[in-house]
Design a protein around this ligand. Structure first.
Ligand code: G3P
Length: 214
């Protein structure tokens, strides 16, 4: 399973990348706004830090505007993946971008029928937002399972990119279900490492190491 970091904070992306566990990066307008920097500068810098797919989202909501903006974003760096919202104009734009050999990540997916259309349009990635489905009392993991099954049934090349991951168990379940990628906030990447028995065991080993004669 590939692991992407869901962030537009270059420092935290650098930290996670230094662990050697980051295969790519996803951003969205909210994350870029939080960075307080212009979109282009953020994407350029992220592409210098991580050698893998970097999703950058369009702001336009009409097909022509999405395609134009998508081409501009894709021109920033060969690793840029154009993130497109799952609306009718977005799906039309995905077909055009795909035909122009530009990679796309269809975002804000909350249902299997939406994901089927994204795959038919040639999306490189589909981003089901599992945490946000859980937030409204649904079952985000059920959607991940449906997408993995449906895409598998027809060998669609579109990759399931589990997004809106809130805690380590989400990641583990996505891996068990066979999602191709999970994009995870930095905070959750750090949580993946934590186990009280690791900390307790290390403290004991270090205390005992002091008793070893030199
Ligand atoms: O980047 C898209 C997605 O991961 C957003 O997550 O936590 O804002 O629902 P969240």
């Amino acid at each position: 399973m590939k692991i992407f970091i869901d962030s537009a904070d270059v420092e935290e992306i650098r930290d996670a990348a230094a662990m050697g566990v980051v295969d790519g990066v996803t951003t969205n307008p909210s994350l870029v706004a939080k960075s307080g920097r212009p979109m282009r500068a953020v994407i350029e810098e992220i592409c210098e830090v991580v050698d893998g797919p970097v999703s950058a989202e369009v702001i336009a909501t009409d097909t022509e505007g999405i395609v134009r903006e998508g081409r501009e974003l894709a021109a920033i760096h060969p690793n840029v993946v154009v993130k497109v919202p799952l609306i009718a104009d977005g799906i039309r734009a995905v077909r055009q971008l795909t035909d122009a050999d530009i990679k796309t990540n269809v975002t804000l997916c909350f249902s299997a029928p939406q994901a089927m259309l994204a795959a038919k349009a040639g999306a490189t990635y589909i981003s089901p937002f599992l945490g946000r489905i859980d937030d409204i009392g649904g079952d985000g993991l059920e959607l991940i399972e449906q997408l993995v099954t449906i895409y598998g049934n027809y060998a669609y090349p579109t990759q399931v990119l589990a997004a809106s991951i809130r805690h380590p168990l989400h990641l583990v379940r996505c891996a068990e279900l066979g999602a191709d990628v999970a994009t995870i906030p930095y905070k959750v990447i750090l949580q993946l490492l934590k186990h009280p028995l690791t900390d307790k065991g290390l403290a004991q080993f270090l205390a005992d190491a002091k008793k070893i004669p030199s």
